[in-house]
Design a protein around this ligand. Structure first.
Ligand code: G3H
Ligand code: 13P
Ligand code: ZN
Length: 333
């Protein structure tokens, strides 16, 4: 048993309370490799932003849970080396799909876990979430749960269409489970194709697809039912069109990729939404930079020559999210 406290990590309790009160949101960035983690920590340290490092099931399979945990431990030391005296870094399990997975992360030094039982019937979601909460809270590990199902694919959880969270269920769910934060479904979804072209309109000036707005009415209803309770948005990448264009210009084939407009995320961050999950945008930033080097310098074969620019591009993206979208800069001085 390793406590995250020994590793210099923190749980989400205090940072969420401050974010809800302060009208900003904490970035939750997924990581799978060293360059991504370096970029996240550099951006967070430079802006003094609290940050959540997320590990998905895919990441655990790709990079190994043990290695990722030691990387997060190293990230705390790296942050200090960069001059961030008191780093506020959370190591979070993203979309935990069983009690056993959550327990193994709690036992191994994660400071926060998500139990995603959103595809189960209401009572079963409550029972499983409660079991995880009872275990995690013994070790001061915070728990995120989910009500409602996002469109697209949630790891193993495939949903044909989005099922918005039912505001009338949130009080009972939060009370009976004791969860610390709640992910809700208001029209976001995972990946770089969040809406079909049929769901969008076309901006006559740019020719770009404009997605339908998020269901802010559902968010506000949830806020009314659970005043001050930390709300989480998954699937919140904006799919920057300049990165998509770069990828396509240099041999990629991303068609009609569309994300959540930043103005809507800014608006959400001002509400009880205090954690915003971003993964796909980092993948796009990395891919765009790598493709550019490959196309412009075909003789290059030192990975540092393409992963370095990829890291720089991801760092730029993370800084932009922190400063211009979530407003979490300067909140972890
Ligand atoms: O929730 C989805 C995240 O973007 C993680 O995706 O399972 O491919 O690592 P992944
Ligand atoms: P995106 O695919 O929109 O980046 O969402 C990531 C996410 O929700 C991770 O849990
Ligand atoms: Zn997610």
């Amino acid at each position: 048993m390793v406590s995250y406290k020994e590793l210099g990590l923190v749980n989400t309790k205090e940072m969420f309370a401050k974010a809800v009160a302060g009208g900003y949101a904490i970035p939750a960035f997924n990581f799978n490799n060293m360059e991504q983690l370096q970029a996240i920590i550099q951006a967070s340290a430079e802006t003094k932003s609290p940050v959540i490092l997320q590990v998905s099931k895919g990441a655990r399979q790709y990079a190994n849970q043990t290695l990722l945990r030691y990387m997060a431990q190293g990230a705390v030391e790296y942050a200090k080396e960069l001059g961030w005296e008191k780093p506020q870094i959370v190591l979070h399990l993203d979309h935990g799909d069983s009690f056993e997975t959550c327990k193994s992360c709690v036992d191994f030094g994660f400071s926060s876990v998500m139990i995603d039982a959103s595809a189960l019937p209401f009572e079963e979601n409550i029972a499983l979430t409660k079991k995880v909460v009872e275990y995690a809270h013994q070790y001061d590990v915070t728990v995120e749960a989910e009500l409602g199902v996002l469109a697209g694919v949630e790891d193993e959880v495939a949903a044909e269409e989005s099922h918005y969270t039912k505001p009338e269920e949130v009080i009972e769910f939060a009370t009976r489970t004791g969860c610390d934060s709640l992910a809700i479904s208001i029209g976001t979804s995972h990946g770089a194709y969040k809406f079909t072209p049929e769901q969008c309109t076309v901006d006559p000036q740019t020719g770009r697809l404009v997605p339908p707005p998020l269901a802010f009415d559902v968010l506000h209803e949830v806020e009314k039912k659970l005043p001050g309770f930390p709300i989480v948005l998954h699937g919140s990448s904006s799919v920057p069109q300049d990165e998509v264009d770069t990828i396509n210009k240099f041999g990629g084939a991303l068609k009609a990729a569309v994300g959540i407009p930043e103005e809507q995320l800014r608006e959400a961050a001002k509400s009880a939404v205090c954690k915003i999950n971003i993964d796909s945008d980092s993948r796009l930033a990395m891919t765009a930079a790598v493709r550019k080097v490959f196309a412009e310098k075909p003789a290059e074969f030192d990975p540092r020559k393409y992963l370095g620019p990829a890291r720089e591009n991801m760092k730029k993206l993370y800084m932009h999210k922190i400063v211009n979208v979530l407003g979490s800069d300067g909140k972890a001085e």
